[in-house]
Design a protein around this ligand. Structure first.
Ligand code: GLU
Length: 429
């Protein structure tokens, strides 16, 4: 039975790097009908960030990477680690010094394993290793110790984590040996780098996942993009019926599609490069391809449910090809919810023209985009104003902006009463 876990330390808000690790664990578990567990490694009280634990849950839930069973919290298991340290003392594999318990590493030979990423044999000479603390003098276990005890007790079959933990793995393997346990399989993922090949940081546009959400990224796009940070679909689709969600490019993949095809053997052995432009492009793709009903509720939720959902539903089709992030929706569509306060073009001195528009709109019995369009063309012709100029002024009067969603449709959605009120207002400028 495949059982994997993520073991975040609550020392910050999860970012692209550790959330990608969560995604790969989740995909591996689901692909193999296994379990995906969550353990909070919160024994390092000095580095504890209170809002971090809540953010871990919130991010996993938002992304749909729900863990199985109860969350394990290491800070509630101190007795278990003490007991296990006692066992090692009894076996003679550990000793006490200065109030702490140390593990005694072998001095000769090698510690090695076959890593599942790239099928690499990784080996460390034991002479390069040193004894290490397993229980600190304050009674708290160290990361290395609690991590191994829990992976064993939780019956973890595969440890999939970042390559920054490779150097700790010999310690872990020796602990398993000392207990007489068999170690899990290890898969160490290449670390995500920025375009300059430096460790990923906020300089590269990498932020916490909560920040990406706040900026209007869709979870589908984030999941898809994170999967591509190291994994590529390499499967043969022998049966197309199994893949109802596939987009033609195969780079755009739903979570369900990834679950069907995720294999550790297809994970890259070189560091993936985080590229914010590509993520933005992908987000735009998802917005364009999204079902309108789905986009409607995503925008509505993104805006904290503060704007009428029907209006969002009517206006989303007008802008979905133009925006890359949900945050751009209001930049284009705010005028549907409130009258313009300022106008991007000076509309003063156009009273006559707007009075004509007002009369024509008043006379309109069928308030739809076609009727509106026809009547407005007629007014432009009658008063001898070029179409281009006429519609620009009308657009600014209704929306406040020089660039807006299609004008006739926008006027239809706004409704006769509101449009006429706006046309009246600009006659007094
Ligand atoms: N607590 C470690 C972390 O913060 C867990 C490493 C592991 O997965 O073994 O990532």
């Amino acid at each position: 039975m495949v059982r994997v876990r993520i073991a975040p330390s609550p020392t910050g808000i999860p970012h692209i790097g550790n959330t990608r690790t969560a995604l790969f664990n989740f995909l591996f578990a689901r692909r193999n009908n296994g379990e995906f567990l969550l353990r909070i490694e919160d024994t390092d009280r000095a580095r504890f960030v209170p809002e971090s634990e809540k953010a871990i849950y919130e991010i996993l839930e938002w992304l749909g990477l729900k863990w199985d069973g109860k969350v394990i919290k290491q800070s509630q298991r101190l007795e278990i680690y003490k007991d296990h340290a006692e066992q090692l003392l009894k076996k003679g594999s550990a000793y006490k010094k200065e109030g702490a318990i140390h593990f005694e590493m072998p001095r000769t030979g090698e510690t090695s394993w076959d890593d599942l990423i790239g099928n690499k044999h990784i080996s460390f000479k034991n002479e390069t290793q040193e004894d290490f603390v397993i229980i600190k003098s304050d009674g708290f276990p160290t990361y290395n110790f609690a991590n191994v005890v829990d992976d064993h007790l939780m019956e973890i079959s595969h440890v999939i984590r970042g390559e920054e933990f490779i150097s700790s793995t010999p310690k872990h393997i020796q602990l398993y040996k000392a207990f007489g346990w068999s170690p899990p399989d290890f898969a160490h993922l290449q670390i995500v780098l920025g375009p300059d090949r430096a460790q990923l940081s906020t300089m590269h546009g990498a932020k916490s996942i909560l920040d990406f959400r706040k900026e209007g990224f869709l979870k589908e796009a984030l999941l898809n993009y994170m999967a591509l940070l190291g994994w590529r679909f390499a499967g043969q689709m022998e049966n197309e019926e199994r893949t109802p969600y596939v987009f033609p490019e195969r780079e755009i993949m739903s979570l369900d599609f990834m679950i069907l095809f995720f294999e550790l053997k297809d994970v890259n052995t070189t560091s993936p490069i985080f590229d914010i432009k590509k993520l933005e492009w992908m987000n735009g793709m998802y917005i364009r391809k999204s079902q309108i009903s789905n986009l409607k509720s995503q925008i509505w939720e993104y805006l904290d449910k503060k704007y009428p959902v029907e209006t969002i539903g009517k206006t989303a089709p007008l802008i979905k090809d133009r925006i890359k992030k949900l945050s751009e929706y209001l930049l284009l569509c705010d005028f549907f919810f409130k009258e313009p306060e300022k106008y991007e073009i000076d509309l003063s001195g156009k009273k006559e023209m707007f009075r004509n528009i007002e009369i024509a709109l008043e006379n309109l019995t069928e308030w739809d985009e076609i009727g509106i369009g026809e009547h407005m063309q007629k007014v432009a012709k009658d008063i001898g104003v070029k179409n281009r100029e006429f519609f620009m002024l009308l657009r600014v009067a209704v929306t406040g902006k020089k660039i807006s969603p299609p004008l006739n449709e926008s006027m239809e959605i706004l409704g006769k009463e509101k449009v006429i009120k706006r046309i009246k207002k600009v006659q007094n400028l």
